[in-house]
Design a protein around this ligand. Sequence first.
Ligand code: AMP
Length: 358
Amino acid sequence: MRVGVLGGGQLARMLAIAGERIGVATTCLDPAPDACAGQVAKHICAAWDDPGALDALAAASDVVTFEFENVPPASLERLAPRVTVRPSAEALRVSADRLAEKNLFRALGSRTAEFAAIAQPSDADSAARAVGAPAILKTRHSGYDGKGQRRIGDAGELASAWRAAGSVPCILEAMVPFRREVSIIAVRGLDGALAFYPLSENTHRDGILHIAVSRPGDPLQAPAEAVATRLMEKLGYVGVLAIEFFDVDGELLVNEFAPRVHNSGHWSIEGAETSQFENHLRAVLGMPLGSTAPTGCAAMVNFVGQMPDAAEVLRLPGARLHAYGKAPRPGRKLGHATVLDSDPARCGQLAAQLAGLA
Ligand code: AMP
């Protein structure tokens, strides 16, 4: 079996590593000559919309998937008649537009923060009135890891913040007083089978995921699964997806979803019977899904900007180190490590020690 991946970063790399074990050969397409998935998979080095490269990717693949949601529409149009692409173009379109995404969740009966669209200067006043302050201005497209966001303390700041955002289409979102941030990683097979990983509790640093801890038995597991089920069934989704939520006094508000494997599910490599990466491959290739049962409590810490000393990480009992083979650069995700323990309290202590090294 052969899978093509648009993108050659760490997500493609971990898909390729998972695939290698079950006999799936991976080819990635990425314009960066040093794309880190290229160390473990075939790499077509070309622009995202290079027709010849897309044709080569299609010819090398039984199915094509992707590791980021802002795939150029032209690339999808070129691939569509040549090879099966999963998840669907519709899932990509919705997830790449914060307004379409929020409208869909609302239509499915899920709660979100209050929001309003801003497309022209005259929208600013009504948006500020509808949403109130404090609020966050987010670009509708191309935002991730907190990029493209501006905090608004007072309605009077909105017009200048929108200009500073380049006057591009935005949404204004009420600031949510959340207790914690959680995400669910879910997978739907070609036959419609569903499976869910235990919730992940996530903390961010400088807008980037820092620590993700698995929470088997969390009281919000069932409502999160219900949101994921409605979304995946509405989209006829095939593959892994992640939905990020705010926990506000025990109620879930949806923040956003990603139609792909997700950083908050990296602990599943060791912390679940089948990792999110293997399950994504199984799903897009039409194979049976694997068990998502947890193997205990797991915590993952991201290494951003620079890697810690490997020996320091490996000294921690049971720590598993994942280095992505990327050159250090500020703000760049270079690797992660996961600790496991049957006891959540001990797992938390190990995670704190690991975080001290990051
Ligand atoms: P996002 O790009 O939407 O995932 O936002 C990045 C991070 O900004 C989130 O993980 C939250 O920590 C924070 N954030 C985003 N939207 C809100 C909101 N409406 N209220 C409070 N915090 C938010």
